[in-house]
Design a protein around this ligand. Sequence first.
Ligand code: SAH
Length: 565
Amino acid sequence: MIGLIAATSAGRSAAAELAGALGGCTLYQEQTVAASVARAWAECEQLVCFLATGATVRLIAPLLADKHGDPGVVCVDEARHFAVSLVGGHDGGANRLAERVAEALDAQPVLTTATDAMGLPGLDTLGLHVEGELAAVSRALLDGAPVRLVSDAVHPLPALPPNLTPDAPSEAPVVVISDRIDEAAGPATVTLRPRSLIVGVGASRGAPTEEVLGLVEAALADAGLSRHSVSYLATVDAKADEPGLLAAAAALGVDLVAHPAEALAAVAVPNPSPAPQAAVGTPSVAEAAALLGGGELLVPKRKSAPEGRAAMATVAVVRKSPRGRLALVGLGPGARDLLTPRAREELRRASVIVGLDQYVDQIRDLLRPGTRIEATGLGAEEERARSAVRLAEQGHAVALIGSGDAGVYAMASPALAEAGPDIDVVGVPGVTAALAASSLLGAPLGHDHVSISLSDLHTPWEVIERRVRAAAEADLVVTFYNPRSRGRDWQLPKALSLLAEHRRPDTPVGVAHAISRADEWHTVTTLAELDVSTVDMTTVVVVGNTASRTVADRMVTPRGYRWQS
Ligand code: SAH
């Protein structure tokens, strides 16, 4: 929950506005502002104080304990010019919150943590457990000094600073990304722990927690593996409620994941045994649960060795290769303020950007320093899609970008036609040319509508024509994409003539060119009067249905035929 503190009426109205925009907020109104802050501090993960920074500093000073547990605090000034991330920038999420608050209140976010100010991801913001000399290594990174990267695999991380490289000199500080505890260290070392290990566990009923936990810890330690790299414990369904397993998982700070016995029985394991087969219906629990879905068996089945009685727990450890991440990001029609905040975040989440050079140019300034760019020219769609998927399969965090929405006449479908289940895919919707055009032209899409691409490069003209005829007969509003180019000039007049068989000559037609770009123009005309020579490839043409009309030069399609007279 986000606690809001306000002392003035301007502050209270800003707080109310923020609560409406963000949700999950509570305004604290105790007897005194100090009491409000103290109560919010105890109850909330984050605070937004509509107070001067000085006042806020004095109020929270006695409450500060440590940066990992304290709430993140953002201050907003009386005039709402600034949203200042005051404390808890990273762990408390205050930097991120300052950005959200700034956006909601149209203020300027103020971030002073060095890594954010430089556009570098803080090593402690990557979602990995951090050990070692964070401050010293971060300082070296910010100073631009060479820092050596020692990584056990390609991980789907955001772009890391260019001065963090595998070939920095041996005396340089080191960032290790590994699940191994014995990786080479430098004079100053930060170790980041990927969640790469699955620990399979089996237990007899009533197995003591210490026996399970002790076995897991010993197995990891003997194999030179960090407990902070454990992603989860895995077992068989029948053991999902076994207290010793649940307690061991809780002690490690991870979940216990249970799989059906049939699924485990189908996994090939090196050490099957008749005992679990008889008890739970699979010849292996620990090895099979860890190996389910693939991976490298680092610790084969091992039993606990309690003194004076039979073992009650088994363990096996498997390393999964990192799952790459493919974000399909629509950039909108062109203008920066039609790029969604989520798209912006995904661009900064990626370490590789794949896209047409003109789109890369559009967002280059938003990328983190060190982002790898794979730009290609027009026409290389399939190659582009394939290379984005391959890079994600190698473990990278890839953003495949396109104009409008990435799924509309764009790269998402060729990419997903290639992508297997071994990568994570994240789609970010974008403002399409049809929607952007609609807003410019009025309200042409108020009732049922279709988009039809007139490009017959990859679709036979007969197919396009059949769809245009169907739309004409069904009285659908039609948005034509790819309407006309130098080499393709007869398709648009042909398509319009098919629509004209079912629509009056004065049917409204909207033309929107280079929407939200410097050379934008738009016009509302009619089927009879449209001058197709004004239409090119950066244009969409929206043809109304039989109910569409022009009102005050705006195109309007009624929402329903019984709705308005
Ligand atoms: N994915 C995009 C469409 C790509 S197809 C989307 O969701 O909008 C390319 C076609 O989109 C162009 O030929 C043109 O018809 C249309 N288009 C893209 N951007 C445009 C813009 N800024 N203004 C007008 N039309 C645009």
